[in-house]
Write a protein that binds this ligand. Structure first.
Ligand SMILES: [Zn+2]
Length: 912
């Protein structure tokens, strides 16, 4: 758990004091009251093996017992913990592993990854101060306590408004009580204790047996006003899951509001823990979802660690079906709705929201197969795939089978397998037997591959002989999954037809000629990755092309339109002056194979056409180590100015490789790029070609995030190579710390005399940016009294004081930075370098310049100002060639390319 949390960027447990982390000890296992040998498994500190003195033969039983002592974690790091005197007692006792037809199933506790436990009868007695209320798995055995709870429930039902401010915890009574809870046919036991609980009691009649189930909610003042109606949510959960999946077998069901370190809610048998919800819709969804887990995690007892989709995916499907069919709104997702509207996306039910999340990872190439063990998902994919993709896939299955057959299959499966730990294969066999259909497209392909449904219209024509319309659909996606198409007349659906999946092309006929278009998946019942090829019209030209749509400031894709977005833009640089222009682009979200951005502008000062044109084509291999291969081109032309205007142009053509992140290191990613750049500069009278090869590793894993980049640059008559390594050590859980950058650069050969391709001690500034790779609003200004001349890029030697020291052989440097432990973004820096020049002005021998100063980091990685304190004499002397004022020594970094989330830096419509 500690390792997984740290690797995914959650440093809460990592930085916690030992004394607050909690532990379990005092284990001493006995079998039938006899001492036995036991040990922890290799490399674990939470899985132990008991070595029986005598063999346990089939059909025989033994009694295993142990004392145990639990120190409750001081904070709620994950699921077990306490928040002041409010206790969340879950995963708190030594649990027997399940022995199923795959053998022993044991694993360590994880935050991202749930459970698999054996069914049994729990008989639990809890002793605690008398004024605590306890919500627990099982049925309370103390009549006098039940009376007290019912009295409390009556009191609570009379409260009209709950005071949101919680005034600490009431003093614990001196007197203690012992509560006993008993329950059969459950596989876990959790309890929550709080002295502040309000309680409500309800009851719900099950749909088939008409059996009554008692329902309870326990909550505090914090969200009391939302919880007033929560009994209805618990009742609805119990009722509709019983109706759709199978009858609830227990006598009661409870939801409790209590602190939670992992997610919005957490399920336990007959009992769910709900964190803070914020609004009624969210509370209803979370309660229904968590109550719903009783059927999958609980009664069916899936191995949710190995097959999280079976629990979260199937359960989310029912939660969303409840929201769609019963609540009839988009539920939990309504809080995102204004954002969605802004993006031009219409949500009509929660499945639409799932589709957005799934499209996002499908279209950027980071998707993973649905049936994966919890720990194999990269952090954000766990939620998107196990929940959203699982729900969406189940919805696809239901739409294909039809609600009636699907519901029959699920109820049949539930009754056949309850309390028996079924596997995905058991689910497949049961559904195939019940529906009479081959469901391998779902259980073999969707579960185990990253393949998508993408059906595409090829053509439509009238068969003159038969007077019947024929059309052809091609399967582009590689997933052999069922297809739904609809025939429309004047926008109204005349017919909607499901056909089994096929590979390649298939011919269809339409007997009734009264239609004007055919749509694939008109009602979002499938999971189509590319909906841009889902429409064909009977008549007209360009029948497969969706109508053109021009939109101001668009963002998101609308598959029923061919969208062209535009926006007026204004750029500025010192030479061109104000540049009015127009940005023309295609949808940005979700990622698409072909993307372009054109931004012609006009410089009012230079009276010249300036601007940028960018296009890329992406390939997502899905199966290999590669997430994305991107071929791109970028053209830009602007001016610079000293005494007259000088035009410059840059044309890039390149390939970028983005490698997949691994679940074991979700915050580490590798990318590589090969780029050819043609650069034409009037000022330096140069016209040359550069070829740059880069490989970079970026690891954001705390506490030691680091990045490493290696470059090769072929230019006219030279080959330059350099390595840059950055590492940060944080002092505390804040982003403050000590950082170091190591740079080493060398020319393998260098006969170039015409461009400033040097390794510069003090980085790149406008004047020597021969590659035009950075955004310098005033690139030729060397007058130190001008503000823009103080802008530089902290590359190469990384020195901050402006000086002309460079190397045409090799240069290496170390830049140290230590943040002051004060609430201001101030740090002290020390730069030390060494370099060598064989034959130039600053040659002779190896030099060791250094400088020391204070950094004001206004915006991390974007805007920082450097105030030098002291420096070696060589820097001081060379700096004095420019100026003698202190102001001239102060320089700043303003990294425009980090401000806007565009991939290639010079595209931002702010300044150039
Ligand atoms: Zn869940």
């Amino acid at each position: 758990m500690a390792q997984q949390m740290q690797k995914s960027g959650n440093m809460h447990f990592y930085y916690a004091a030992d004394s607050s982390r909690g532990y379990i000890d005092s284990l001493n296992f006995k079998v039938n009251n006899e001492q036995v040998n036991w040990c922890f498994l290799n490399d674990t500190n939470d899985i132990c093996k008991i070595i029986l003195n005598k063999k346990l033969l089939p059909g025989k039983s033994i009694t295993i017992s142990t004392p145990f002592f639990v120190e409750i974690p001081g904070e709620n790091f994950s699921r077990l913990g306490h928040y002041g005197q409010s206790y969340q007692i879950t995963q708190w006792y030594p649990k027997p592993a399940v022995y199923d037809n795959n053998g022993w199933q044991y694993f360590s506790y994880l935050n991202q990854g749930e459970f698999y436990s054996e069914f049994g009868k729990f008989d639990v007695s809890i002793t605690l101060p008398e004024n605590y209320f306890v919500a627990a798995t099982g049925v309370l055995q103390n009549p006098e306590e039940l009376e007290k709870i019912e009295k409390k429930a009556e009191e609570t039902s009379k409260i009209l408004k709950f005071n949101k401010v919680e005034n600490g915890f009431p003093k614990s009574s001196e007197k203690y009580k012992t509560l006993r809870f008993v329950q059969d046919s459950v596989h876990d036991f959790a309890w929550f204790a709080d002295k502040r609980f309000h309680i409500l009691k309800g009851s719900i009649e099950l749909p088939y047996s008409k059996k009554k189930v008692t329902t309870w909610v326990y909550f505090t003042n914090i969200e009391g006003n939302l919880w007033k109606n929560a009994i209805n949510y618990v009742n609805n959960g119990v009722y509709y899951y019983s109706k759709w999946v199978g009858e609830y077998p227990y006598n009661q069901c409870t939801a409790v509001e209590s602190a939670l370190g992992a997610g919005g809610g957490m399920e336990y048998p007959m009992l769910t823990n709900i964190g803070w919800s914020g609004n009624a819709q969210s509370l209803e969804n979370v309660i229904v979802h968590e109550v719903g887990h009783n059927w999958f995690y609980g009664i069916l007892g899936f191995n949710e660690r190995r097959h999280p989709w079976m629990d979260e995916g199937i359960n989310s499907y029912y939660e969303e079906r409840y929201t769609t069919e019963i609540v009839k709104n988009i539920g939990y997702y309504s809080s995102y709705n204004s954002l969605m509207k802004l993006l031009g996306i219409k949500l009509s039910n929660p499945f639409d929201f799932n589709k957005i999340a799934c499209d996002y990872i499908a279209r950027n190439g980071s998707d993973q197969p649905l049936d994966n063990s919890s720990e194999n998902f990269i952090t954000e994919n766990y939620g998107i795939i196990a929940y959203s993709k699982g729900a969406l896939s189940m919805n696809y299955l239901k739409n294909y089978l039809g609600t009636e057959i699907y519901d029959n299959c699920m109820r049949n499966f539930f009754n056949e397998w309850k309390f028996k730990h079924p596997s995905p294969n058991d689910l497949k066999n049961s559904f195939e037997r019940c529906s009479g259909k081959d469901l391998s497209w779902f259980f073999d392909e969707i579960l185990h591959n990253v393949k998508y449904s993408d059906y595409k219209f090829k053509k439509i024509k009238l068969n003159k002989k038969t007077s019947v319309y024929e059309f052809v659909i091609k399967n582009k996606g590689g997933l052999n999954s069922p297809l739904n198409y609809s025939i429309l007349q004047n926008g109204k659906t005349i017919d909607s037809i499901w056909v089994d999946g096929f590979i390649g092309k298939k011919y269809f006929t339409i007997t009734n000629n009264n239609f004007d278009e055919v749509l694939i998946d008109a009602n979002n019942q499938m999971f189509e990755i590319n909906r841009n090829n889902n429409q064909i019209r009977k008549n007209g030209i360009l029948r497969k092309i969706e109508p053109l749509n021009f939109k101001l400031l668009g963002i998101a894709e609308n598959p029923t339109k061919t969208q062209i977005f535009y926006s007026p833009v204004v750029g500025w640089n010192y030479a061109d002056g104000i540049m009015p222009g127009l940005l023309i682009y295609n949808p940005i979200l979700p990622e698409r194979k072909f993307q372009y951005r054109l931004m012609p502008m006009y410089g009012i000062n230079s009276k010249e056409l300036t601007g940028i044109a960018f296009a890329e084509y992406n390939i997502y291999p899905y199966t290999t180590q590669l997430q994305k291969l991107s071929m791109f081109t970028n053209l830009q032309t602007f001016n610079s100015y000293t005494t007259k205007f000088y035009n410059w142009q840059k044309f890039d053509l390149g390939i970028m490789f983005l490698f997949k992140r691994k679940a074991s290191k979700p915050m580490q990613q590798i990318d590589a790029e090969i780029k050819a750049s043609k650069i034409i500069s009037e000022y330096t009278k140069s016209n040359f070609l550069l070829l740059n090869t880069k490989i970079a590793l970026n690891n954001r894993t705390k506490p030691l995030p680091f990045s490493c980049e290696f470059n090769f640059e072929f230019g006219p008559d030279y080959l330059k190579t350099w390595l840059e390594y950055k590492v940060q050590i944080n002092y505390t859980n804040k982003n403050k710390g000590f950082s170091a950058r190591i740079f080493a650069g060398a020319f393998i050969y260098n006969n170039n005399k015409y461009i400033q391709n040097n390794l510069n001690l003090s980085g790149t500034f406008g004047y020597n940016d021969y590659k035009f790779s950075e955004v310098f609003p005033d690139r030729l200004n060397s007058n130190v009294s001008n503000l823009w001349s103080h802008q530089f890029v902290k590359n190469d030697g990384g020195f901050t004081v402006l000086n002309p020291i460079y190397s045409r052989n090799w240069l290496t440097s170390v830049n140290f930075n230590a943040a002051f432990p004060v609430p201001l973004p101030l740090s002290i820096y020390l730069n030390i370098a060494t370099y060598y020049n064989a034959k130039t002005a600053f040659d002779g021998s190896i030099q060791f310049p250094y400088e020391l100063g204070i950094e004001l980091n206004v915006l991390k990685d974007i805007f920082a100002i450097y105030f030098p304190i002291t420096m070696s004499s060589d820097i001081k002397q060379t700096n004095e060639m420019f100026t003698t004022t202190y102001f001239a020594q102060i320089r700043f970094v303003l990294n425009f390319s980090k401000i806007v989330p565009f991939k290639y830096p010079n595209q931002l419509p702010l300044m150039f």
